[in-house]
Design a protein around this ligand. Structure first.
Ligand code: SF4
Length: 395
């Protein structure tokens, strides 16, 4: 197959993430994103979200790459009643601005000490300078880092001795900190980001600055002093299975529904994860419920697909039915990403093979992202569905 032109770049970049107070309009109605506090929903909160999603939305729900839950299919008329229900559960922030700022991913394996750190970070948010819309935080305080690949601008981690450190994304080392000073340290780094040009001239993320060796990094270092605390090693992305904190359970494409969330809520508190799975606290066995991914070797774990058409107005073709049809043909250990357009929402990184919808079929990209140039001429979805083995040639 010969190389062809880059895939259609005609997608809109919003520059902000939806919330509950500021939902995003999609092809199936409003998408209302619910952000857990300290990375977990109590069992009562999870059950309440399930009831609210069924009453005010389509009942379809997503686990997002920011470890939030999204309620889909909400009409503008139903939104106020949904917000009232979520507010009664303690899940609505006082303002849109504060909600947008509460962009914190907490490791689902967090212990009480890590939760206390997350609490300090949440408390300091109102006192930070104005930051870009997607600016976020990761609380990743285990002996190995599980959130290293998760988007964040300021990270709280541990070093090899168990000491806490705070690190600006894009830097290999951070600054030592402790629970009592973490709030001040976060405030200083956020201020240094803004003072070094963060939020202006295309520098919307910390790594935009720390990647500019002679510019932003220098300014940040000057403000904060040498960064010498080396973070703990990076762990493999966790698999479905049992952990000391509970059972880690996946959903195909990170999508579930209100009925399933309600059922899981009866088993324990629910921690959404950035891997499109949830951890149900306290479980000592994997729940044998239909529709859950509990086997690490499940072929559906080899495919990633965004909402696609018609749920997403930018989608040029449906994606998930195709991904489901091709999953068993994807070699073990490989990843197929099916994207409804070149934006690549479901997987911003490199995949072994990416299929991107174009006007005249799906273009394949080997070893790249949805935004890279295609490796093949377009292939019709029907042809791939009729003969899934065609996909094997691309790996
Ligand atoms: S990648 Fe998928 S979800 Fe994202 S804008 Fe394109 S079609 Fe929509």
């Amino acid at each position: 197959m010969s190389g062809v032109a880059a895939t259609d770049p005609g997608f809109a970049v919003q520059g902000w993430c939806p919330g509950a107070l500021r939902p995003m309009l999609s092809g199936d109605g409003l998408v209302v994103r619910v952000r857990p506090r300290l990375g977990r929903f109590t069992a009562d909160q999870a059950a309440g979200i399930a009831r609210a999603a069924a009453a005010h939305g389509s009942g379809v729900m997503d686990v997002t790459s920011r470890a939030n839950l999204q309620i889909r299919g909400v009409s503008a008329d139903a939104h106020p009643a949904l917000i009232a229900d979520l507010d009664a559960l303690g899940l609505v922030d006082p303002t849109e601005a504060l909600e947008a700022r509460r962009n914190i991913v907490v490791s689902p394996f967090a212990d009480d000490a890590a939760m206390a750190v997350a609490c300090r970070v949440e408390e300091v948010l109102p006192f930070l300078p104005t930051l870009p819309g997607k600016f976020g935080f990761a609380i990743d305080c285990g002996s190995n880092r599980v959130l290293a690949e998760v988007s964040a601008d300021i990270r709280v981690e541990r070093d090899a001795t168990g000491g806490l450190l705070v690190r600006a994304d894009g830097m290999t080392a951070g600054w030592r900190t402790e629970a009592g000073t973490i709030a001040d340290d976060i405030r200083r780094i956020a201020r240094a980001f803004v003072d070094a040009g963060g939020g202006r001239d295309g520098a919307s993320r910390m790594a935009d600055l720390t990647g500019r060796c002679s510019g932003g990094t220098g300014a940040i270092l000057a403000a904060l002093g040498p960064a010498v605390a080396v973070p703990a090693p990076v762990a493999d992305v966790p698999m479905p299975g049992l952990y000391p904190q509970g059972a880690l359970i996946g959903f195909a494409f990170g999508q579930t529904d209100a009925a399933m969330l309600g059922t899981l809520a009866m088993l324990g508190p629910v921690r959404p994860t950035p891997w499109r799975m949830v951890l149900v606290e306290g479980l000592t066995h994997m729940p044998g419920l239909p529709g859950l991914i509990i086997d690490p070797d499940d072929p559906l774990r080899r495919v990633v697909a965004c909402t696609g058409a018609p749920g997403c107005p930018q989608g040029l073709a449906p994606t998930r039915a195709l991904a489901r049809a091709l999953a068993a043909a994807v070699p073990a250990g490989k990843t197929l990403h099916v994207s409804g357009c070149a934006k690549g929402c479901a997987h911003s990184g490199v995949a072994d093979v990416t299929l991107v919808a174009a006007r005249d079929g799906f273009q394949a990209i080997r070893g790249g992202t949805a935004r890279d140039a295609a490796s093949t001429a377009p292939v019709a979805a029907d042809a791939l569905t009729a003969d899934p083995a065609l996909i094997k040639d691309l790996f």
